[in-house]
Design a protein around this ligand. Structure first.
Ligand SMILES: [Zn+2]
Length: 306
């Protein structure tokens, strides 16, 4: 019904929607305090925001450039906004400046709050795969993109850009234009800062992993954001052996009905000697790097991983 409204009403409508959603946000029941602003020292930080059974990852370079990958569920806007405000420089209107925003694929748990992020941030480039979802959430995102006069960069393997002089981002997936499963449209982004790499895989499943292997991409990464919340449909043995991460992060909700992460995936990671961090246990997880070493910070409990 929103489509029939005159265009000038859209920003107001979006603001009203944001307000309504904002009011409905449940208080966060966390035992730990939110992580402070990332280290001001010369480090790249990657913050895996605890958005429950969903994904939202904030990359910030030492020079203050920022990239947001995914925006949790609809009710996660407040927590994401809090991290943006604390970590990212603002423009003259007080809006967080995001050089790049990526919606890995149009499932609710990845683009849930993206319409609100688009409406409230200064975004340089928005990257989405060429995939549509017949949902209100996706439609709201398109309306917000239109209202913000943003152009969408169709995300696919081969796209590469620099966030700053030392930080390079490369898309390794999607490698095909058509998939049966929406998860396989997931943008897989490799972020490299000096000698350290992060592989952020959205919900890419085995089919996409096999395509990346076939293409002969350099998959090696120090940190792997485990695909699809640790489901057994991702993180195949061959793929994992090629990534060979030192640490892995699983973005997953406590007691989720999907029973993520799967035992198979956890065993695979353990067998490879990878340190595993889970947002359901550690809350928000931040990994910083000076370009050679990794530094871990978690919201709850010890930062050792398991
Ligand atoms: Zn997901």
């Amino acid at each position: 019904m929103f489509r029939r409204k005159p265009l000038s009403v859209l920003p107001v409508l979006l603001a009203v929607i944001a307000l309504i959603i904002g009011i409905q946000v449940k208080p966060l029941q966390k035992t730990g305090a939110p992580l402070p602003s990332p280290s001001p020292r010369a480090r790249l930080s990657v913050t895996f925001i605890d958005v429950g059974q969903a994904d939202s990852i904030l990359v910030r370079t030492p020079t203050g450039h920022a990239m947001l990958i995914d925006a949790g569920n609809r009710e996660d806007f407040e927590v994401i906004e809090r991290y943006l405000t604390a970590s990212v420089p603002s423009d003259s209107a007080g809006r967080p400046k995001l050089d790049v925003v990526i919606g890995t694929h149009p499932h609710e748990d990845h683009i849930g709050s993206m319409a609100q992020i688009v409406a409230s941030s200064a975004i340089g480039r928005l990257c989405l795969p060429k995939a549509a979802a017949n949902t209100r959430t996706f439609e709201d995102l398109l309306l917000a993109v239109k209202a913000a006069n943003l152009k969408v960069t169709p995300a696919k393997a081969g796209i590469a850009f620099a966030l700053d002089a030392d930080t390079r981002v490369e898309f390794l997936a999607p490698n095909s234009a058509h998939y049966e499963e929406l998860n396989n449209y997931s943008v897989v982004a490799k972020v490299t800062y000096k000698k350290i790499s992060f592989l952020l895989t959205g919900d890419a499943e085995s089919l996409s992993e096999e395509e990346m292997l076939e293409r002969g991409y350099d998959l090696r990464a120090d940190v792997l954001k485990v695909g699809h919340h640790g489901s057994s449909s991702s993180t195949g043995a061959h793929f994992l052996s090629q990534v060979a991460p030192k640490a892995a992060v699983i973005s997953v909700g406590k007691g989720n009905s999907y029973r993520h992460p799967s035992r198979t995936t956890l065993k695979r990671l353990k067998d490879q000697g990878t340190r595993v961090y889970r947002t359901d246990r550690s809350g928000t997880i931040r990994i910083e790097t000076d370009g050679t070493r990794l530094f871990y910070q978690v919201e709850k409990g010890a930062s050792g991983g398991s």
